[in-house]
Design a protein. Structure first.
Length: 331
């Protein structure tokens, strides 16, 4: 038997304690351009070791928010605290805790990957053995050891982006901010980037990740803020967000045997809303299927059903965005 969630597999993550002080605390950020409130009162919090997603379409205000968080753009209102330090009061200290990987590439095309890392590492204040060690560690982490001596202008888009990410990591920040790191990137590099983000958070780094790809937010992020027109429309775990839509999960129990008896047995389970029988087996609508699935499978098999496959299909962030804004996330 296999358990699968086609297309929209929700990441399974160990419980994380939320008792420690936030790595990032953003309160009421505003940035106005003429008549446009590009960022219109954004508040959010990122906890240690957490991957936080800022999900929104083009022009939502993600980059403007990120630039204010990173201390590169002055807010018209609101505050940013990084690891407890107020960005406005002590920007040097606050910036020391964070690494920013900008949406636009910031690397020197004539320099090799290694020399780019050395150069930016020195700018970040690294010297001597520490610089040398970090350059090698970062090259390995972003998977560029093989090409480290070639000028970066010979790199693919994805490799350049991986180098760009490496630069943000050199000084081992507490919080890494990535602004749409997979846009215009080949599938192989996209995979490598997502993998390296997962590795970093496993090692305890917090990540703030902006994207307009729902799949990335779903796959990577512990919590997500859905952003549109300068505002956070909703934030929470993927499951909390999806609950806003109120949709139930669809569970397909594929198989044969005593289907009628199994149907009656699962129908009475509290999480199960509706059961239908078809050629494939049983199709259920279920509230909170990931929690309820074990009980459902047991009830069906105890009733004499022989299972070939179990599939859980869950409502996704696309439906959440539509629900919140009345518009599609994709352009
Ligand atoms: N310097 C600026 N001057 C005027 N308007 C700006 C400026 N920077 C951003 N904007 C506007 O603010 C809004 C938010 O832009 P921002 O770049 O933050 O969006 P985004 O969510 O990062 O979009 P994308 O997904 O396209 O990167 C847009 O309407 C943009 O045109
Ligand atoms: Mg942007």
């Amino acid at each position: 038997m296999t358990t699968s969630s086609p297309g929209t597999a929700a990441p399974v993550r160990p419980d994380q304690t939320r008792t420690s002080a936030p790595v990032l605390q953003v309160d009421g950020l505003v940035r106005v351009y003429g008549d446009l409130r590009a960022v219109d009162g954004v508040s959010l919090r990122v906890d240690p070791g957490e991957t936080f997603g800022l999900l929104g379409p083009n022009g939502a205000g993600k980059t403007t928010t990120i630039l204010m968080i990173a201390g590169l753009l002055r807010p018209d209102a609101g505050s940013v605290h990084v690891a407890g330090t107020d960005m406005a009061a002590d920007p040097i200290r606050a910036k020391g805790h964070l690494g920013l990987v900008p949406q636009e590439l910031a690397i020197y095309p004539e320099l090799s990957a290694r020399d780019n890392l050395r150069f930016f590492g020195r700018l970040q204040g690294l010297r001597g053995t520490r610089l040398k060690t970090r350059v090698e560690e970062v090259l390995e982490l972003v998977g560029l050891e093989d090409r480290s001596r070639k000028p970066s202008k010979t790199f693919s888009g994805g490799m350049k982006r991986r180098l760009n990410i490496g630069i943000g990591l050199l000084h081992e920040p507490t919080l890494l901010i990535l602004d749409e790191p997979t846009v215009g990137v080949d599938p192989q590099s996209r995979h490598a980037i997502l993998e390296s983000v997962a590795t970093l958070t496993e090692a305890g780094m917090a990540v703030l990740y902006t994207t307009h790809y729902m799949e990335e937010a779903e796959r990577l992020c512990d919590r997500i803020a859905v952003m549109d027109e300068g505002r956070v429309q909703a934030q929470g775990t993927r499951d909390e967000l999806v609950e806003l839509v109120g949709d139930a999960d669809v569970v397909v129990l594929a198989g044969g045997g005593a289907l009628e008896v199994a149907e009656a047995a699962v129908e009475v389970l509290p999480a199960v809303q509706r059961v239908t029988r078809d050629a494939e087996g049983l199709r259920l609508t279920v509230r909170g299927a990931p929690t309820a699935i074990a009980g459902i499978v047991t009830a069906a098999t105890d009733a004499g059903m022989s299972l070939h496959d179990v599939q859980i299909t869950r409502p996704d962030l696309e439906s959440v965005f539509l629900h919140l804004t009345g518009r599609a996330l994709r352009d």
